[in-house]
Design a protein. Structure first.
Length: 225
């Protein structure tokens, strides 16, 4: 009997794993699937620990001041703040959300209003008594750089080398260490049917919204191809 249960749990988890492995942005879900598989005491072949973690938008600011400055002025650069009570009152009333309520610890909202909520190394709900935990979470508030560009722990080291050595690079080198190619699917992680249900608005037009403003763009000088 015990065996039958553990096999069915295993099948269920592996089913989840296969489904998430095929998802457009597998990074974080893959991490979650690995954690689920691990906590069930299973160790499927070919499933590894997460390789990359999230460093926070401030780390990118060091070398990308203009992108950071312009991003911080957009709504995505302030997306966490709107979850605070009395913020964006009119919008919340329009959406039949409660303007007086504090949504900033509500996981139903955090997954789209922070960076990588629930993923290993992503945003988490901090313990208000623990300053260290609050600081770690704070750096991943809002829709940060890594929400679109992927977890930075490794590729920032390569960028550092590119900067210091003044060498040319091909972007594929960075894609191999966590930088993600941005497509419409990147945005659809949050601009989707679920968000339209919570706060109905215009349908998401990728080219239009991309042009509307994510951050200012700088010419790449060391990139080849
Ligand atoms: C599935 C992703 C997703 C979830 C979940 C989500 N949001 Fe949002 N939220 C968005 C997106 C995307 C926008 C921007 C819509 C647009 O501009 O097209 C947005 C916009 C908003 C705005 C508008 C702010 C403004 O600048 O006018 C408020 C307020 C808001 N969300 C609150 C919430 C609250 C509260 C929750 C939880 C109950 C929540 N959201 C859950 C994705 C999400
Ligand atoms: C992690 C979730 C997430 C991802 C990924 C995401 N967005 Fe957003 N986006 C939001 C939320 C949340 C808001 C609304 C924030 C608010 O109003 O406070 C928003 C707002 C916007 C806005 C309005 C900005 C402004 O200042 O008016 C644009 C434009 C936009 N998103 C475009 C995009 C595009 C293009 C992509 C993909 C390249 C993308 N977003 C990816 C969550 C996301
Ligand atoms: C909502 C998604 C999104 C967010 C958030 C975002 N970017 Fe981007 N970023 C893009 C897109 C789209 C491009 C255009 C290139 C492409 O299509 O791949 C881009 C391009 C870049 C480039 C290439 C040079 C340039 O200026 O175009 C750099 C550097 C960059 N982003 C850094 C950042 C930094 C730093 C942050 C955080 C402060 C950030 N990005 C936040 C979507 C995003
Ligand atoms: C130590 C400096 C440094 C840091 C920190 C840094 N970058 Fe960069 N980044 C660079 C350099 C150098 C380039 C190449 C610039 C060029 O070619 O002119 C670059 C290029 C990029 C590009 C363009 C890639 C391409 O060729 O399409 C993106 C996107 C990017 N960085 C995102 C980020 C994000 C997101 C972070 C934070 C997680 C970050 N960077 C942190 C130095 C840095």
């Amino acid at each position: 009997m015990k065996t039958a249960i553990s096999i069915s749990v295993g099948v269920l988890l592996i089913g989840t794993w296969v489904a998430v492995a095929a998802a457009p942005r597998p990074g974080g879900e893959r991490v979650a699937a690995v954690a689920a598989v691990r906590s069930a005491g299973l160790a499927p072949i070919g499933v590894e620990e997460p390789k990359y973690t999230y460093v926070g938008s401030k780390k990118c600011k060091m070398c990308h001041t203009d992108e950071h400055k312009s991003w911080a002025k957009t709504k995505m650069g302030q997306a966490f703040a709107v979850l605070q009570p009395d913020h964006s009152k009119e919008a919340k009333e329009r959406f039949k959300l409660d303007p007086a309520k504090d949504y900033s610890r509500d996981s139903a909202c955090l997954k789209c209003h922070t960076t990588a909520f629930g993923e290993a190394g992503g945003y988490f709900i901090p313990d208000p008594e623990d300053k260290k935990s609050a600081r770690a979470a704070k750096k991943l508030e809002h829709v940060g750089c890594e929400s679109c560009h992927g977890p930075g722990s490794e590729y920032i080291k390569v960028f550092m080398d590119i900067l210091m050595s003044k060498r040319k690079y091909k972007v594929e080198e960075l894609y191999a260490v966590g930088l993600e190619k941005i497509t419409e699917a990147t945005c659809a992680a949050c601009h989707n049917e679920e968000s339209m249900k919570i706060h109905p608005g215009e349908a998401f037009d990728y080219e239009k919204r991309k042009a509307e403003g994510i951050h200012d763009h700088q010419p790449m000088k060391q990139r080849e191809g």
